[in-house]
Design a protein around this ligand. Structure first.
Ligand SMILES: C[S@@+](CC[C@H](N)C(=O)[O-])C[C@H]1O[C@@H](n2cnc3c(N)ncnc32)[C@H](O)[C@@H]1O
Length: 426
């Protein structure tokens, strides 16, 4: 969709018309309930009531009532703001477990649509504050909220890493932007027993939606599910960086710790490689579990991205169509003297026979990646949904259990527990 294309504002809503916004909206909600994306009656009622097209007036109404996201602001080709698809939004809101009367802080207002859904659920006795770091985005959100009858929501332009102390404490805090750590303010402003739901990256660009309950001295997670949100910007952003590889190419690598300059990465990844068969076949679900296993254990875990075509550099482990481009990506590690990535020869079919492809003088990089894949296999192939995370402030004494991996962050440490397959960690 060309973001510059403007439409003439929200279409008139005549409930009798087949193409009217309310008919299209109810049809979308019917699809989301029958597919199981919405299974909470309060969330369903909110999606039926709140007019999404009033928050995305620049897009055609028919596409607004499809289960899809929209990028609403970019800078230098990078998405800065977007409207998440209703299906993934519903998942997060159900994880948030909202009740009428709740006080809620949302970080990442974007169009204001999610805040309006929250406000519908918590009702007039509740209170919603939504924060965005982009002044023009926040202005638009305020206007949309007022036009749609949600002027009571407090919309604030600020770095959400500070939370919003004036209206704390909150029963619920939700981030709709990807975090790397739990900022101290979110813990301070969340009531005991309150819930924090956010997209969290353990390391690198790989994120999961996590719901944490506040147990006073720690946060305990429930189920985790893979996702991909625009990362949090500002003073509380993580160290994850994106490094372009190869001048004029679309290839880039994302990681928290990339111990090699872009030129060397380019030379190695376009040079000779050695393949190691793993003997391990994985489905996509299992691959997410394996990625999380590696993210928790390997500080130099990375994700490589590229577009397919004559200038493609990154081996196409996975390909997906995105508008007019085919996106390729793979996971792996970049160490001082070598790179190792996931590779496969089988195309789209599942399960995938995993191969480790190694580049550079240090063959040990590929061998160590292989060892980690085999360790995941030996641990019963835990899925992402089998993993649980405890967040502890950095200075809290803690003795990890046998199946726990400690991941140090800036303000906290994460104890990441991998349950056996189908048996969530306790
Ligand atoms: C994916 S969009 C949010 C989606 C939205 N809640 C919806 O209704 O679909 C992420 C938003 O987070 C905002 N953001 C990024 N870093 C932020 C920060 N530190 N504080 C507040 N907002 C931030 C971005 O400007 C962007 O508008």
């Amino acid at each position: 969709m060309d973001l510059a294309t403007r439409f003439d504002g929200p279409a008139a809503d005549k409930p009798g018309d087949a193409g009217s916004p309310s008919v299209l909206r109810n049809a979308l909600v019917d699809r989301l309930t029958s597919s199981g994306h919405i299974d909470d009656s309060m969330v369903e009622a909110a999606f039926r009531a709140v007019p999404r097209h009033m928050f995305l007036p620049q897009f055609p109404v028919a596409s607004v009532y499809e289960d899809q996201g929209f990028i609403t602001k970019t800078r230098d080709g990078i998405a800065l703001s977007s409207s998440t698809g209703p299906g993934p939004m519903a998942y997060m809101l159900q994880q948030l477990d909202l009740r009428p009367g709740h006080r809620v802080l949302e970080i990442g207002a974007a169009t204001g649509y999610n805040a309006a859904i929250i406000a519908h659920i918590v009702g007039e006795s509740g209170h919603v504050v939504t924060v965005d770091i982009e002044p023009d985005v926040l202005e638009d959100a305020r206007r949309h909220l007022a036009d749609a009858g949600f002027g009571r929501i407090k919309a604030i332009c600020a770095d959400g890493g500070h939370g919003y102390a004036d209206d704390a404490p909150y029963d619920r805090i939700i981030l709709t932007t990807g975090a790397w750590d739990i900022a101290p303010a979110w813990l301070e402003q969340l009531k005991p027993g309150g819930r924090l739901v956010l997209p969290l990256s353990i390391r690198g660009g790989h994120q999961g939606i996590v719901a944490f309950d506040n147990r006073g001295d720690r946060l305990n997670s429930g189920r985790i599910r893979p996702t991909g949100y625009i990362p949090l910007r500002g003073a509380f952003a993580g160290p994850t960086e994106e490094r372009t590889i190869g001048s004029g190419s679309d290839a880039f690598v994302v990681g928290d710790r990339i111990d090699m300059d872009a030129e060397t990465i380019y030379e190695l990844i376009t040079g000779e490689s050695q393949d190691l068969a793993t003997g391990v076949s994985v489905t996509w679900d299992e691959l997410y579990g394996l990625q999380t296993w590696l993210a928790a254990r390997k500080p130099r875990t990375c994700e490589f991205n590229d577009t397919d075509g004559p200038r493609r550099i990154v081996p196409p482990f996975f390909q997906s169509q995105n508008a007019d481009k085919i996106i390729c990506w793979t996971n792996g590690v970049v160490e001082e003297r070598g790179i190792a990535v996931f590779h496969q020869e089988g195309g789209e079919a599942q399960p995938i026979d995993l191969i480790v492809r190694g580049y550079g003088p240090d063959a040990g990089v590929a061998e160590r990646l292989l060892k980690n894949i085999l360790a995941w296999e030996a641990a019963g192939r835990p899925l992402m949904s089998d993993i649980r995370i405890t967040v502890l402030p950095m200075d809290t004494p803690y003795e990890p259990a046998g199946d726990e991996v400690m991941v140090p962050k800036r303000w906290n440490k994460l104890a990441v527990r991998f349950g056996a397959r189908g048996v969530a960690a306790g």
